[in-house]
Design a protein around this ligand. Structure first.
Ligand code: HEM
Length: 172
């Protein structure tokens, strides 16, 4: 019972951040179809390429899909696993890790896409030659952000597998 309460307290963070991510992703989506913003995004390559691609679809898609859907799916999985298997979650500490790696990963991903999208988009229209001096930082920072998210997905998968295969006593 105590460990269930601790687990549920952690799962609440997934739910709240999922709701916040849907909110941010939806406001983002609403803004990006407003005619002046849409025209600017089109002029910088969105949605097919160029700096506009980072804002729509990349930032928008990952906020809604990873921040919103994936955090919710992970929360539901951790909630249902003990019910369906009759076992405790293998590691609640790993649940906390999953939350922080995925959350920091997806929010840094969103911020990086927005910063580089707006920065390089502005340069594309004003001084296209200078884009290369900015874009050389894009790969390394995205690699850190993407790896952070990927670690979260890995801890999630490991915890699911370890829970299903563990010999932990069945719950009453
Ligand atoms: C470690 C986790 C992830 C990383 C590092 C990552 C990274 C990326 C990158 C770099 C692209 C751009 C590819 C390109 O420019 O052609 C991309 C595209 C995309 N990703 Fe992710 N992604 C992750 C997880 C996810 C998840 C879990 C979803 C959905 C649930 C998702 C949905 C998408 C979609 C829909 C696109 C295509 C957007 C388009 O139309 O161009 N990603 N992702």
């Amino acid at each position: 019972m105590v460990s269930t309460n601790i687990l549920h307290r952690h799962l609440l963070k997934f739910l709240v951040l999922s709701a916040l991510s849907f909110f941010i992703g939806t406001i983002h989506g609403m803004l990006q179809v407003m005619p002046p913003i849409r025209a600017w995004l089109d002029s910088i390559g969105s949605p097919y390429g160029g700096p506009g691609h980072m804002i729509d679809p990349l930032a928008h898609a990952h906020m809604n899909l990873v921040g919103g859907v994936v955090l919710l799916a992970m929360c539901v999985t951790f909630y249902l696993l003990p019910i369906l298997t009759g076992k405790n979650i293998y590691s609640v500490k790993l649940v906390r890790h999953t939350f922080w790696w995925v959350s920091i990963g997806v929010y840094s991903f969103y911020i990086i896409q927005m910063i580089f999208g707006i920065w390089e988009g502005t340069l594309l229209l004003a001084d296209p030659q200078s884009i290369a001096s900015v874009h050389r930082f894009y790969g390394p920072v995205m690699a850190v952000s993407g790896t952070t998210m990927a670690i979260g997905f890995t801890t999630f998968f490991a915890n699911v597998v370890l829970t299903v295969t563990s010999a932990s006593p069945t719950k009453d």
